[in-house]
Design a binder for this molecule. Structure first.
Ligand code: ASP
Length: 450
């Protein structure tokens, strides 16, 4: 059995919806499809989810909601009409959204999630209806009925463990089950959404729950590439990659799959296949536990901006038991997750994402570190980027770090941090943010074009 998730561009128009239905009907193993809300048809277009977020905001601010409401209704009505559906989707969407708008607004996050979820929910209903109308056994199944339960962290929810058992029988249905991505129900009966792009997570959960043979993630690129295609022309396509490699690359900005989406598939050993709705004959990229084929030492290169680093030093720090513990305790008290902790003999640095370290927290944390740890020096540097080279084969190849460092040195990029992960499948460099794209391109030249 295969679970197929179709992203926003794959659901953006009537033509795209015909394509995804063809894909599903072409293979009897494709029994469960997860759909996103209609995304952009072209660069200037709006994503339905963005329209719904606007709708929620206008409502919460007490402004007139007619324009975003009609924009969403028109979008669905246009698709339904082009697909030749009998039902009046314009009226159906207006009814559905008006009902959501009439919900309690005292908790803005909960209210917004209820509206955000409408894009996926209506899209799944529409696709199921279309499959029925062209003569195939299909049903819409939603999280409430199927038992997909999430934590009540609105906009950032996590799956609750009982969901897997609840969902395990969804493929018993003899036809195609169409399931909306992106949201689930809290134990209290409210709608909660995953973070943006979260339909990938829904697909992965369903694939794990039914123990699918493969989780197919249909998007708009032929495969995963060794480097961001926006930076390099005709980048090297990756036919096979491990979960671990993918995870490390996602961390440093690879955006093919949502960062949290691999975990359910990984835990249940379900291979993930990235495929292209607009070119279904391309075999795409397989994400697997173990790889058999190694084309080169490095599998991928990525870079992410937006990091800061606190550096602390104190004479004879290495002799003091529990120093790092005290540093981390202060960060934990302030609810700041840390990313990396390079250390020297009498100094230690903490790398943090800038977005979780706003100026008001910065002052408080620095004051506490200084006062509670008796430091000789403390400084903070913003505007750093993390560049990573990743590859399973690196663990048994000598000299990869040297080659990368020397390529960056030749290109005039100053290295502020070097960190080889404990897993040995990646090497990370901390550099100034303005050099990020340039460094990624130089590393790509070194490992893929030489
Ligand atoms: N529609 C949602 C978003 O735009 C979720 C998704 O497409 O995966 O974020």
């Amino acid at each position: 059995m295969k679970v197929c998730k179709f992203g926003g561009t794959s659901c953006a128009s009537a033509d795209q919806i015909r394509k995804i239905c063809d894909i599903v009907l072409n293979d009897p193993d494709r029994k469960v499809m997860v759909v996103s809300a209609p995304g952009k048809r072209n660069r200037e277009d709006a994503k339905v989810t963005d329209l719904l977020i606007r709708l929620a905001r206008e409502a919460l601010d007490g402004r007139d909601t007619t324009s975003p409401l009609l924009a969403v209704a028109d979008r669905f009505a246009g698709i339904a009409q082009e697909l030749g559906l009998e039902e009046d989707f314009q009226a159906l969407v207006i009814r559905d959204l008006s009902d959501r708008l009439s919900q309690d607004r005292s908790h803005p996050g909960r209210f917004s999630d209820c509206l955000k979820a409408a894009g996926e929910d209506l899209c799944a209903r529409l696709v199921a209806r279309y499959l029925g109308e062209i003569g195939h056994a299909a049903r819409y199944l939603g999280p409430a009925e199927a038992g997909l339960y999430l934590s009540d962290e609105f906009g950032n929810a996590q799956v609750l463990p009982e969901s897997y058992d609840n969902l395990s029988r969804i493929a018993d249905f003899p036809g195609v089950t169409v399931f909306p991505g992106f949201f689930g129900m809290t134990r209290g009966g409210d709608i909660a959404t995953f973070p943006r792009g979260g339909s990938d997570i829904t697909g992965s959960i369903l694939a794990a729950a039914i123990r699918a043979d493969v989780y197919e993630n249909w998007t708009d690129v032929d495969s995963v590439y060794a480097v961001n295609p926006a930076l390099v022309r005709n980048p090297h396509p990756v036919s096979e990659i491990t979960y671990d490699e993918m995870r490390e690359l996602a961390y440093a900005g690879f955006s093919v799959l949502h960062e949290e989406a691999l975990a359910p598939s990984f835990r249940h050993d379900i291979p993930v296949n990235i495929r292209n709705t607009n070119n279904p004959t391309a075999q795409g990229t397989m994400i697997v536990r173990h790889r058999a084929n190694f084309e080169g030492t490095v599998t991928g290169i990525a870079g992410a901006k937006g990091f800061s680093m606190i550096t602390m030093s104190r004479y004879l720090m290495n002799r003091e038991v529990g120093f790092a513990l005290k540093v981390l305790k202060i960060l934990a008290d302030e609810d700041i997750p840390f990313e990396h902790m390079p250390s020297g003999i009498d100094s230690i640095s903490i790398v943090i994402r800038r977005d979780v370290f706003p100026p008001e927290k910065e002052k408080k944390v620095l004051d506490r570190l200084q006062a509670e740890l008796g430091l000789d020096r403390i400084s903070v540097e913003h505007g750093l980027a993390i560049v990573m080279i990743v590859g399973e084969a690196m663990a048994r190849t000598v000299g990869v770090t040297a080659r990368a460092a020397s390529a960056l040195a030749k290109a005039g990029v100053n290295l502020e941090i070097i960190n080889q992960g404990a897993s040995e499948i990646s090497v990370m460099f901390g550099i100034r943010e303005e050099y990020c794209n340039y460094a990624v391109k130089e590393l790509y030249k070194e490992f893929f074009l030489k």
